[in-house]
Design a protein around this ligand. Structure first.
Ligand SMILES: Cc1ncc(COP(=O)(O)O)c(C=O)c1O
Length: 393
């Protein structure tokens, strides 16, 4: 089953929903390297955020019969790793500001609960001092989900510093095909260093990142130079597929919610790690913030919508621009037809999670638009104008 919240319209103009490699990805950029989850502590680089969740739960010693509290507003991909270790996901409410509802969490502790997952949505760091103190006083472990929040700091500390363990989804922030990380600011990691998944995976991770970039008109010279090898690769792939396509990469890279434990001990590809190392981090943060603010300004005061969060805090690096709209379906129809890419995060909730009015409201009414560093000025302007027009009709 392949399910996704990402809506990439088939028609043109094609604006990339996620970052794609460009010449500027590695450009020199003034300013200090911004804080990220990698600064929080010990790191293991794996192929997705959900694999990192499974590893964090393993580090915590979570097993059969244990309860793991998960926010009612969640990605479906957060649940299979909980089930895979034999634990039960139990859902807790969030407030109108998307912060965890501590009273509801307290009411759900039933003796089986061993850990709490908390998500910083769309790149906005949660204030976690209280939840951290709550976990300490109740003997619970905290898993800080920074899947939307690779970069950023809060109260002077990098994101990921509050949890016993933190996870991130690097592929949401860098122009790479796969990538996630497990981090701990508080414990030495017992997870061994992951190993390469082999030459097929390494090649696919590099080629898919490049092909994705070419599909959006980036790197035309590299595309021309690689034309022949790419044709040969396509031919080889067609031949291989005849005998049943070999599975070279995890389904987590194809916008599915699936969890495949075969990737638990696999390292993120060399290509992804090199891109992460050499990409201009200050550029990523500065442009994401600038694009977010541009969208915020373009859509300010329009009827029937408001940004999910009132303001972008200093030190935050947005994943997407989440817009809370009164009438999501007609607007979605118009945007889809016009070719605007968007994400409906948590559009589908895990059965049993329908306990929280705020989560249900956000899951239906938030349309989230790209604000990543690789959007061109004309793409951003077109997207903002198209959304404005769609809201006005
Ligand atoms: C809040 C949240 N946590 C965890 C994940 C899992 O990340 P990945 O897709 O890298 O497995 C996602 C994925 O979208 C997410 O949105």
């Amino acid at each position: 089953m392949l399910m996704t919240n990402d809506i990439k319209p088939p028609g043109r103009p094609r604006v990339p929903l996620a970052p794609v490699l460009s010449r500027s990805s590695f450009a020199a950029w003034a300013g200090a390297r911004p804080a990220s989850v990698l600064d929080a502590g010990a790191v293991r680089q794996v192929t997705s955020g959900r694999i990192a969740i499974a590893l964090a739960l393993r580090e915590m010693g979570i097993g059969a019969g244990d309860g793991v509290l998960v926010p009612a507003y969640h990605s479906m991909s957060m649940i299979p790793p909980v089930l895979a270790c034999g634990a039960r996901p139990l859902f807790y409410k969030i407030g109108p500001d998307a912060a965890p509802d501590l009273a509801d969490i307290a009411a759900r502790l039933d003796g089986s609960v061993k850990a709490i997952m908390v998500t910083s949505y769309f790149g906005f760091p949660q204030a976690l001092d209280q939840l951290r103190a709550f976990c300490d006083s109740h003997g619970l472990q905290l898993l800080e989900d920074c899947a939307h929040c690779f970069f950023g700091q809060h109260a002077g500390k990098p994101v990921g510093s509050w949890g016993d363990y933190a996870i991130a989804s690097s592929m949401k922030f860098f122009p790479i095909y796969e990538g996630g990380c497990l981090v701990s600011a508080r414990h030495a990691l017992s997870t061994p260093q992951p190993v390469s998944a082999g030459a097929g995976f390494e090649g696919k991770a590099a080629l898919n990142a490049l092909e994705n970039s070419f599909a959006y008109g980036r790197l035309p010279l590299v595309r021309a130079a690689l034309w022949l090898p790419m044709q040969l690769k396509a031919l080889l792939w067609r031949l291989l597929k005849r005998g049943g396509a070999p599975e070279l990469a995890p389904s987590s890279s194809d916008s599915s919610f699936e969890f495949d434990p075969r990737w638990l001990d696999k390292r993120s590809s060399l290509f992804s790690r090199l891109v992460m190392q050499h990409a201009a981090h200050a550029r990523i943060v500065a442009l994401r913030r600038a694009h977010y603010l541009q969208l915020e300004q373009s859509l300010a005061g329009l009827p029937g919508c408001r940004p999910l969060f009132a303001r972008l805090p200093d030190g935050a690096c947005p994943w997407l621009f989440p817009l809370l709209v009164d009438l999501p379906e007609p607007l979605f129809e118009r945007l889809y037809k016009a070719g605007v890419p968007l994400t409906r995060f948590a559009e589908t909730l895990w059965p049993g999670a329908e306990i929280c009015a705020n989560s249900i409201h956000f899951s239906r009414h938030v349309l989230a638009f790209p604000c990543h560093q690789e959007l061109r000025a004309d793409e951003l302007a077109w997207m903002a104008a198209t959304i404005r027009e769609a809201l006005a009709t």
